[in-house]
Design a protein around this ligand. Structure first.
Ligand SMILES: C[S@@+](CC[C@H](N)C(=O)[O-])C[C@H]1O[C@@H](n2cnc3c(N)ncnc32)[C@H](O)[C@@H]1O
Length: 233
């Protein structure tokens, strides 16, 4: 845990990831929920990692380390840093990808990131919906990762939305239950807010929906024809 006191709502957003929950996480979230509830197959998120990881990668909100384990890295010895507030997640992911000797940072991403390195890629997969507040409030995370991104770096990730995101009754019921417990805090999260906050900070933003999930890729630099933003809402 970080030295500074962490807000109770922030604690709730990471407290669910006990060793037991992490044992069933891949099966329940990445297997069952992604396909049948959120309607965003895990294959789409694996493709997102495959398209974007660099040889110097920061992953924020690491869970079990599933994507870091499965992706093909562009270097034999990628330099990987794991950042998470929950020591169980850090341990699980660090053990799973121990072959790459990752570094681990126990920290709250709502605070500035204490890292000397400048990363070529930053992954934020299924993190934002765990953080309290509205998207404009959570967007401070984008400022924190921007500060440790190299000039050409890419930020990529995915988050489960409410707003007008399509959801079955079962999906809505589970999302409501998670929101009541503070595991999710996405009651106010909309595609439009996410689009606005990314475009306010990045010159090149790609954002699309897959079921109830928004998938994003963002680069600091503008493309050759000026500001590029592609949205598939
Ligand atoms: C839903 S899991 C996502 C795991 C993985 N990225 C995936 O997509 O399968 C969310 C992770 O974010 C972490 N987390 C939640 N709030 C955090 C915070 N404020 N700062 C850093 N990590 C946080 C949790 O501990 C957990 O490991």
């Amino acid at each position: 845990m970080p030295a500074t006191k962490v807000d109770d709502r922030v604690v709730a957003g990471q407290a669910a990831y006990t060793p037991l929950v992490l044992k069933i996480y891949d099966w329940f979230v990445l297997g069952f929920s992604n396909r049948l509830l959120w309607r965003c197959p895990t294959a789409a998120l694996r493709a997102l990692y495959a398209a974007n990881v660099s040889a110097c990668h920061l992953d924020v909100g690491v869970g079990t380390g599933y994507f870091l384990d499965k992706v093909r890295w562009p270097a034999a010895k990628p330099d990987i840093t794991l950042l998470d507030l929950n020591p169980n997640s850090l341990d699980a992911a660090a053990t799973r990808i121990g072959r790459y000797a990752p570094k681990a940072l126990a920290a709250n991403v709502l605070e500035p990131i204490q890292a000397e390195e400048r990363f070529g890629s930053v992954g934020l997969c299924y993190l934002l919906h765990c953080l309290p507040g509205s998207i404009p409030e959570k967007a401070v995370v984008f400022d924190h990762v921007l500060a440790v991104m190299s000039e050409d770096a890419v930020l990529f990730g995915a988050t489960i939305l409410q707003g007008d995101a399509p959801r079955s009754r079962a999906a809505q019921a589970l999302m409501n239950a998670y929101n009541r417990k503070g595991i999710f805090s996405n009651a106010q999260d909309s595609f439009q807010d996410l689009e606005r906050e990314l475009n306010a900070r990045f010159g090149d933003v790609k954002l699309r929906r897959r079921g109830a999930v928004a998938i994003f890729e963002a680069r600091r630099r503008q493309g050759p024809r000026g500001k590029r933003s592609s949205t598939t809402g």
